[in-house]
Design a protein around this ligand. Structure first.
Ligand code: MTE
Length: 441
């Protein structure tokens, strides 16, 4: 059967087979290193699962960041360094710092609109935010699947191409990871996100397909590899090079955007300014920030970001890793601090958001008694593919004491959030209903 390379699962499975047989080229990392890393990733511990890596330039100076959720009872909040290399202000009421990353506090979204305001959009950096000037920015498109040599695009040339605008979420594949530990008692590695590694923005930019066509993409093209201009990533003594993850040419020519605006503003530095890739529906790592060059290859490509990282490993997975991470999964979050206290006998509006990478959200149910009774939430947005829906339910607590709030979404494919997420060592794709503790006083 022909492989549909626009389906990430089929794509990655096909690539893995090709790579294992030595037919895919390892883009920029020594094949022996990649094999070593791959073997390590396949072993249950998966050292590369530690999603926070030291920046290449600061490798000697940066103390190792503890990211593994070693014991099920450990609260998933590793110490945050004072300067995580993020440019925008990170006030504690808006963000929780996690290594080089900043997680949006969901409570800080209450009362904001459908789009995540730029001052509270999460940041996921493998190293540090580089400061790039739009006037000097150049995109080089090159590779053996072009009809000629490399083609350069300046910022102005990119902006002169027909513009598209779309409202889309970007969500880290590890969003919700800490609940594998705190809710399911399982050990996972990686940044201990709660539910705030997601944001929704209105992106404006050029179509990647327009850029590739102007660069002379030919029918020989198989993979398209955008690469960031941020520092090289060094992990476990191996320099993985710059952040990059191949896209199959079918996806690259379909709906991918080279975005230069976010919510009507020039793209901020922390979110990839002046230009980033935005890949609708795909896990966040696909949306390469600070894009500097794009290789268009006639051969399948492999990088650490589609071998050891962003695949599923664990006892329930094949030894070579999963059927890969495809689209984001289904989740729901309350716009309320975890552990909040709420007054008894007073009616309040519980608000939250739900989203799915597969389809628009169809229904959200909320329980205020730990999952015994459920009521349907009212929607405040028309559910759309690629974005979240805001919802609310009124609640008048009748008894004092601790309880758990639960929100459970069902999307238009009929999939409902399960009680338990399927464990994998790197803690990706958590989709279970989260128990949100509150105390009625
Ligand atoms: N692109 C580059 N060049 N460097 C990075 O560290 N992080 C990726 C992706 N693109 C990353 C990158 C990951 S894992 C995610 S989830 C998103 O960017 C986060 O985008 P944001 O920081 O704008 O929220």
């Amino acid at each position: 059967m022909p492989v549909d390379l626009s389906d990430e699962s089929q794509y990655d499975r096909a690539r893995l087979r090709q790579w294992a047989r030595g037919r895919a080229r390892s883009a920029g990392v020594d094949r022996r290193d990649l094999l070593r890393l791959f073997a390590a990733g396949a072993a249950a511990a998966g050292p590369l699962g530690a999603a926070v890596a030291a920046p290449a330039r600061a490798a000697g100076a940066t103390p190792a960041t503890p990211t593994a959720l070693a014991t099920p009872t450990t609260p998933a909040t590793p110490a945050a360094p004072a300067a995580p290399g993020i440019v925008k202000p990170l006030p504690p009421e808006l963000f929780t710092l996690r290594g080089t990353n900043a997680e949006t506090n969901f409570a800080a979204l209450r009362g904001t609109g459908h789009l995540t305001p730029l001052d509270r959009f999460f940041v996921r950096n493998h190293t540090v935010t580089p400061r790039l000037d739009a006037a000097d920015w150049r995109l080089s498109v090159w590779g053996d699947a072009l009809s000629g040599g490399p083609v350069e695009f300046s910022y102005d040339r990119l902006r002169s191409l027909p513009a598209v605008e779309r409202t889309l979420f970007i969500e880290c594949a590890g969003n919700g990871r800490s609940f594998y530990t705190t809710q399911q008692g399982q050990t996972v590695t990686g940044t201990a996100w709660t539910l705030g590694a997601i944001g929704v923005a209105r992106w404006r930019g050029a179509r990647l397909s327009d850029v590739l066509r102007r660069a002379g993409v030919t029918r020989r093209a198989v993979d398209v590899l955008p690469r960031g201009r941020d520092d090289e990533v060094v992990t476990n003594g191996v320099n993985l090079g710059r952040v990059r993850r191949p896209l199959p040419v079918s996806k690259a020519l379909d709906d991918v955007i080279l975005a230069y605006e976010m919510n009507g503003e020039p793209l901020p530095a922390d979110h990839g300014g002046p230009v980033r890739v935005v890949v609708p529906d795909w896990i966040g790592i696909s949306s390469i920030k600070w894009v500097g060059d794009i290789e268009v290859s006639a051969e399948p490509l492999y990088t650490p970001w589609n071998t050891d990282l962003y695949r599923l490993f664990g006892p329930d997975q094949p030894p070579q890793g999963s059927a890969p991470l495809t689209r984001q999964t289904l989740k729901s979050a309350f716009e309320l601090q975890s552990g909040a206290t709420v007054p008894v006998h007073r009616t309040r509006l519980l608000t939250g958001r739900s989203w799915s990478g597969a389809a628009p959200v169809h229904r959200v149910e909320v329980s205020t008694d730990g999952g015994t009774h459920w009521q349907r939430a009212r929607f405040h947005d028309v559910p759309r593919r690629g974005s979240w829906v805001r919802w609310s339910v009124p609640w008048t607590p009748r008894t004092t004491g601790p309880t758990a709030l639960l929100a459970r979404a069902t999307d238009a494919t009929g999939r409902t959030q399960p009680d338990t997420a399927a464990h994998n060592t790197q803690g990706y794709l958590f989709d279970a209903v989260v128990r949100h503790p509150v105390t009625v006083v």
